[in-house]
Design a protein around this ligand. Structure first.
Ligand code: ADP
Ligand code: AMP
Length: 218
């Protein structure tokens, strides 16, 4: 049976970190809209040029652009058994549109784990984040350092700091999260899908809690 998981949580809560681990263990593809935008920047596409100013300033990319991109991604056959959404949906309109997209194939969102992390810690997480340009894995210079400083453990690539990980943009992204995305918590709570997980635990413990929540929803 297909299973569609929406990972909720503020910027820096650990969604990408956990989505990569779940992808590996459960064989479900990670659909990260942030990663998809960054791919479009790298490939210098029209969509990338449209989205760039929003991403660089920490604002949400308009729903129309984001939804078009997700709709295309869901047409790929690797999502037939389900997917892990990371950073999507971020507005109620996106959540409604996701429901409609999945319903076309008789599917639905099955579970929404909410990785809860206090606001002050979110900023610290973002400030020390380093990303691998090849595989997208993230590290933290204090909380989750790579074995060799500045280098990805898996493919040896030189890590970089995201352009939207400047202090001002980090703050704005957290504000935007509370203004525009946090209302989704009630939306999914109302549907009986939300499961809160303590995101301030170790990466391994958060993973264990997530795995259990997803298994129970299967
Ligand atoms: P998100 O995708 O929700 O924005 P990330 O997965 O990119 O968050 O994680 C943000 C930063 O916090 C990264 O530097 C990551 O290494 C670190 N991190 C993620 N989960 C934990 C955790 N449980 N404990 C400590 N650091 C973490
Ligand atoms: P993330 O990689 O999830 O931290 O996202 C980085 C940036 O991409 C965000 O600050 C937004 O500008 C944009 N973005 C990612 N996902 C969405 C989405 N679902 N809706 C609108 N904008 C998004």
């Amino acid at each position: 049976m297909a299973i569609y998981v929406v990972l909720m949580g503020g910027p820096g809560a650990g969604k990408g970190t956990q989505a990569k681990k779940l992808q590996k263990q459960m064989g479900l593809p990670q659909i990260s809209t942030g990663d998809l935008f960054r791919e479009n920047f790298k490939n210098e596409t029209k969509l990338g040029r449209q989205a760039r100013p929003y991403v660089d300033s920490g604002e949400l990319v308009p729903d129309e652009i984001t939804l078009g991109m997700v709709g295309e991604r869901l047409k790929r056959p690797d999502t037939e058994g389900g997917a892990i959404f990371d950073g999507f949906p971020r507005t109620i309109a996106q959540a409604d549109a996701l429901e409609a997209l999945l319903a076309e194939n008789g599917e639905r969102v099955n579970v929404v784990p909410y990785i809860h992390v206090d606001k002050d810690l979110l900023l610290k997480r973002l400030a020390g984040r380093w990303t691998c340009p090849v595989c997208g894995r993230v590290y933290h210079d204090l909380f989750n350092p790579p074995q060799k400083p500045g280098v990805c453990d898996v493919d040896g690539a030189k890590l970089y700091q995201r352009e939207d990980d400047t202090m001002d943009t980090q703050r704005r992204r957290i504000e935007v999260y509370f203004e525009q995305t946090a209302p989704l918590l009630d939306y999914y709570r109302g549907k009986g899908l939300l499961i809160q997980i303590d995101g301030e635990q170790s990466i391994e413990q958060v993973f264990e809690d997530l795995r259990k929540a997803i298994e129970e929803a299967r």
